[in-house]
Write a protein that binds this ligand. Structure first.
Ligand code: NZQ
Ligand code: ZN
Length: 384
């Protein structure tokens, strides 16, 4: 196992009806900027419950954060926050809103005229404003991790920004908020969480039995409960998926092990270029990427096949190939594409994807840093 530092100070407040605890979680004297998305929380009652929970605190609601949040929108929220002298950011929504909320908390304290440029240049900004999260869509793990993925239209980029200080002070995980999610969003959430585990698990074998074993438990949970969630949307399935998606990307299983994230970087480029849902970019690329990298990933692919899919063929090569096929079949079961040609109305240009990853400064990709422009072209060809 590699050395690691792990601190996850986010207090998880989990359970049906727990939004009502908000009043105890936000500091009494806080002036709250309440960040939300396109309006789902106004239709499903979450907004009213949040406002009730916040009681007589000063609250400035700021809506309109897009799926795949835009930098300009966060900058507009920043101007409103400064104008109203807010001291606390509360993000209420899915990964997009919570990413935007963490990023807003971070740039609120920065003096730079263009915080994006300053962060990309490696500036060390002051501590972020405190922030909290009320999650309404389990998928990204954003509610207790350090990352904000932000898109910038004038640069044509979608970049991840990480800051431990921007982790939410608390995250309310109330599975009842999932009742208004569409089937497509539920499918996306399960697939996104699944790929998060794979990106941290299917890499190189290191002596990390805790991380590997827990990853396998999370994968099995998503495989077993994802279909139940889609078909029945039972209380039990909502709770299982909400907790699994959080644990998939809260820092634990990625500690002390090599990480990949190449599917995600290719996927972010696909979303920036073509506006495809995040999870669907991942399911379309990951099976081909795993096939392309199967020699380097062989040991963990075999472990994955045997432990997660209970494959028992004597030949490791066969197990590895079958494990990838099972992965693709699971994505299909979740109604997600497994090839680029499944996007019938989009013609993906490999050159455009490669150039965007290059402009984002993300090459070389992969746990062995051996995925460059040539390899991405080959993976996208395989994914056609
Ligand atoms: O905007 P509203 O009206 O809230 O509607 C949203 C949005 O249209 C809707 N929604 C959310 N909760 C709902 C609901 N509709 C009905 N009922 C509810 N309870 O769902 C739509 C999608 O929401 P979004 O937040 O975009 O989805 P998701 O949680 O999948 O987040 C995706 C974003 O997170 C980034 C992705 O790149 C993408 O930008 N990621 C963030 C990561 C992180 N912070 O660690 C890691 C991930 O890999 C990912 O890159
Ligand atoms: Zn993801």
């Amino acid at each position: 196992m590699m050395d690691f530092d792990l601190s996850n100070p986010t207090r998880i407040v989990f359970g049906q009806g727990r939004i009502d605890d908000l009043g105890k979680l936000v500091p009494r004297s806080a002036r709250v900027l309440l960040l939300f998305g396109g309006g789902s929380i106004k239709h499903n009652g979450v907004y009213d419950r949040v406002m009730t929970g916040l009681g007589d605190r000063f609250v400035l609601p700021f809506g309109g954060v897009e799926a795949n949040p835009q930098y300009d929108t966060v900058m507009a929220a920043r101007a409103a926050l400064i104008e109203a002298d807010c001291t606390f950011v509360l993000g209420v929504g899915g990964g997009s809103v919570i990413d935007a909320s963490k990023f807003l908390a971070r740039i609120a304290t920065m003096a730079a005229m263009d915080p994006w440029d300053a962060l990309v240049a490696g500036d060390h900004p002051p501590a972020p404003l405190p922030n909290g999260a009320v999650l309404t869509l389990p998928a990204t793990g954003s509610e207790s991790n350090a990352v904000s993925v932000i898109s910038r239209a004038d640069y044509g980029l979608k970049l991840p920004f990480a800051s431990d200080g921007a982790r939410p002070a608390f995250a309310v995980l109330d599975p009842d908020t999932m009742k208004s999610l569409s089937r497509r969003q539920l499918e996306n959430g399960v697939v996104d969480a699944f790929t998060h585990v794979i990106e941290q698990y299917l890499t190189l074998p290191v002596d990390a039995p805790v991380q590997h074993g827990y990853s396998e438990t999370l994968l099995r949970t998503l495989i077993d409960w994802g279909p139940v969630l889609i078909e029945t949307s039972s209380d039990e399935s909502r709770a299982a998926i909400m907790w699994a998606a959080n644990q998939a990307l809260n820092g634990l299983i990625g500690s002390g092990v090599p990480q990949d994230w190449s599917t995600h970087m290719i996927g972010h480029a696909l979303t920036a270029l073509y506006g495809i849902d995040h999870a669907r970019t991942l399911s379309a690329v990951m099976p081909s990427l795993l096939r392309f990298k199967s020699a380097g990933k062989l040991a963990m692919l075999v472990r994955y096949g045997r432990k997660v899919w209970q494959l028992d063929h004597a030949d490791d090569q066969v197990v590895a190939a079958q494990a990838i096929d099972r992965t693709a079949a699971f994505f299909k079961q979740m109604n997600c594409p497994t090839k680029l040609s499944d996007f019938t109305d989009i013609a993906v240009e490999p050159e455009a994807v490669v150039s965007l990853i290059a402009r984002a400064g993300q090459f070389p990709l992969g746990e062995s840093r051996d995925i460059g422009a040539r390899e991405v072209r080959a993976i996208l060809e395989m994914a056609r």
